[in-house]
Design a binder for this molecule. Structure first.
Ligand code: NAD
Ligand code: WQD
Length: 359
């Protein structure tokens, strides 16, 4: 199959590119590199020994996206990762989030419709369940979100549902990720947040590598085993493999459906810190601070629908999550180091695809 991947240079996208290439699929990546670096795709090529087309393009640019579809007539399906994802930032600049995430998806779907490509896998999030205290969370839990980022995901799911209802040729899987962590076992690709990490795992690993002094644990009086927040951490490689299963589903079925991708097991912040300390053989200094506004005490998935309907389940536990994160962080203390960044200039005509080769 030929799969177009929006946001393929990002954290989850790059790991999914690896799994798709290893599975013998042809991929085409579209990314504007607003939150990623081209080097990530260089590394994907290094891991798999395969090349693929990369377009430095913005989903909001419909003309450019149409040209990409014109040049690649054989696209069977799209995996749509591209979007902005920082909860706090979305509260500060909601318009950017609505424009990028909603309009980007609208433009993508319009172009897909025009070119009769109607198989789509969408990156949704457990954030669509809002501040529910009912766990484990099934796909039938009520939707609603507490911040603009989460609302873009809820709205996009509604838009996709309407598209699939209006035209029964569409086939759409919305994958609701819980807390993606970890890295590819090669240590070549992983999460590379800009600035101070918002999420727990990259913060812990930056403390371990000496980039940050100590972890702040947000809250110690939650109604949980040890008083700290509990989440369903899912290894990014397991998550990536879930996309291959979802692709099988969308190419075989019609309509739209949503699936939780999580392990079904909750781990507390302190349990994650301990797992990381064991994996890295390091002490992670931390101190307790106030709870973070908007955080819930406990959140974990009921992943049984993905098990029964996609044939997918998570295989990797906290040890692999932490070991792989640590290997990536230790090998790449500055992430995709700017010094090794490879800049791929667009040629004339402007949208000629660029093949990646190892530099
Ligand atoms: P990421 O930021 O690493 O990757 C997103 C990619 O999309 C980046 O490479 C970015 O440059 C690109 N992009 C953004 N807007 C674009 C646009 N208009 N045109 C072209 N490219 C654009 O994020 P990620 O962690 O890999 O997340 C991928 C998807 O999964 C996102 O939609 C995110 O909301 C969703 N998600 C992520 C998490 C998480 O914790 N990482 C959890 C649940 C859902
Ligand atoms: C996990 C736990 C924190 C950082 C977020 C988004 C969600 C989804 C996944 C995109 C919580 C605690 C964290 C720190 C801490 N993303 N923590 N110190 O909040 O469950 O989910 O990422 O869709 O939408 O909201 O993940 O990693 O930020 O937090 O104590 O420095 O770690 O309080 O209990 P979260 P997280």
């Amino acid at each position: 199959m030929t799969i177009l991947i929006t946001g393929g240079a990002g954290y989850i996208g790059s790991h999914t590119c690896v799994e798709l290439l290893n599975n013998g699929e042809t991929i085409i990546v579209v990314d504007n590199f607003s939150n990623s670096k081209p080097e990530a795709l260089n590394r994907v090529q290094q891991i798999t020994g395969k090349t693929f087309r990369i377009y430095d393009a913005d989903l909001l640019d419909k003309k450019q996206l149409r040209e990409i579809f014109l040049e690649n007539e054989d696209i069977d399906a799209v995996i749509h990762f591209a979007g902005l994802k920082a909860v706090g930032e979305s509260v500060a600049v909601p318009l950017s989030y609505y424009r990028n995430n909603i309009n980007g998806t609208l433009v993508l779907c319009e172009v897909m419709q025009e070119f009769t490509v109607k198989n789509l896998v969408f990156s949704s999030s457990a954030t669509v369940y809002g501040a529910t205290d009912q766990v484990p969370i099934t796909e039938n839990s009520p939707l609603g979100s507490t911040n603009p980022y989460g609302r873009t995901k809820v709205m996009i799911e509604q838009i996709l549902g309407d598209i699939a209802f209006a035209d029964p040729d569409w086939s759409i899987a919305s994958l609701r990720y819980f807390n993606p962590v970890g890295a590819h076992e090669s240590g070549l690709i992983g999460e590379d947040p800009h600035g101070i990490p918002n999420n727990l795992m990259p913060f812990i690993s930056q403390v371990a590598v000496g980039k940050r002094e100590e972890l702040h644990i947000f809250g110690r009086e939650y109604n949980t085993r040890d008083g700290t927040g509990v989440r369903d951490y899912i290894h990014v490689v397991d998550l990536a493999k879930g996309h291959l299963k979802a692709l099988e589903k969308v190419t075989a079925m019609k309509g739209m459906d949503a699936y939780n991708l999580g392990t079904g097991k909750g781990l507390s912040v302190l349990e994650m810190v301990m797992a990381f300390e064991n994996a890295a053989n390091k002490t992670i200094p931390f101190r307790f601070t106030e709870p973070r506004p908007g955080d819930v005490a406990v959140c974990y998935a009921d992943p049984s629908k993905a098990g029964s309907q996609l044939g997918w389940q998570a295989e990797r536990g906290p040890e692999a999550m932490c070991k792989d994160t640590w290997r990536w962080q230790r090998n790449n203390p500055s992430g995709y180091d700017r010094k090794t960044l490879t800049v791929y200039k667009e040629k004339t005509p402007r949208h000629e695809p660029v093949e990646f080769f190892n530099s």
